[in-house]
Design a protein around this ligand. Sequence first.
Ligand code: GLA
Length: 401
Amino acid sequence: MKKLLGIVLAGAMVVSGCGAEAQAPAKESVENEEAVTTETTEEVKEEVKAEETEEETVDTTLKEVFAKHGLKVGTCVSSSELNKRSFKETVLSQFDSLTVENAMKPDSALNQAKSKEEGKVVVDFNKEVLTILEFARENGFSMRGHTLVWYSQTPEWLFREGFENSGDFVDRDEMLKRMEDLISGTFAKIEELGYTDLFYAYDVVNEAWMEDGTMRDNHWLEIIGDDYLWYAFYYADKYAPESIDLYYNDYNEQYKADTLVKFVETLKDEDGRYLIDGIGLQAHLYTSDNLPGYFKAVDKLAETGLKIQLTELDVCLGKYQAPLEATDDNLVKQGKFYYDLINGIFERVDAGKLKLDAFTFWGFSDGYSWRREYSPLLYDKSFNPKYALYGALQIKDKAGY
Ligand code: GLA
């Protein structure tokens, strides 16, 4: 399998050239791309066999490279993506950990009708979750759970009287009860379905802090008050199996490090024991970002003694709201950025300065990225490897250097 992947990767480069001008793709073109990609891949395999001496093969994979540092390496997935051959093949060959991109978020995982019927929050995973969990089980993947308490992708009815879409908010006590049921119900459902052993980490709270150090305004905060975050971890600690690490996960982490250091100190029980295990750095970055500054934040957070994970890595060309074209120059810059970022993480892990056991990319093909106009991932929309992939694989001379 490894050899074949190498041939396919190298073959794709014969056709496209490494990191050749990927245009920011439209969604429709991605949906129709599968047949074309499959056919091209077959042709390319033949072509490469004929020319094997000319093209170098990549005979390593992300999971081999990350495993050398004791790390799992993951990507987010949806079940429709897993139905596409080129997508699935890459998932199988490159990664050993998965995050469900959307379907385990509260707006998909909570059942309004059943909650009304039972008068309490009911967790009820849909077919997409079951498909992904079964895929993970069959193919030996570990799972990162994402996410429980969040201001976004969370239904209005969760906060309102009678689980109705509108009307009065419930009071603090009822909201705490609903939070407890959401959290206990999630872990109970995973256990009931027989998948507990797949999960090694769970994002208990997502994106609760602002860059200026204030708490993000949201219904949880409005109804429960400032201690809603403490309760979220209290319940997660109470109901999650010991084997699942509990994470706080956020973006713009390089600007929030001081805030987060103070915050995690509050997440302790009466004996001073942490209710949290780790801090998830989403790492939605830009090629214009300052890497030394980023590492300063990582080092500061590591000093808490908690685990750290990069949970949603992508590196956009350009800066916020100013995407750059996928020209060779820009893709080279991105390749170097991926190389340097991952190299810096590996160095810290190897030196014992960072307790980091997993690293997750927020997808791997530009065609499937939520930020596709910035071409942020490791492969272009046709699954051709970019400099970024070689950066992630730590093959320096192919990463744009
Ligand atoms: C945040 C969330 C992710 C995802 C991205 C956008 O980072 O944590 O789940 O929604 O935004 O895709």
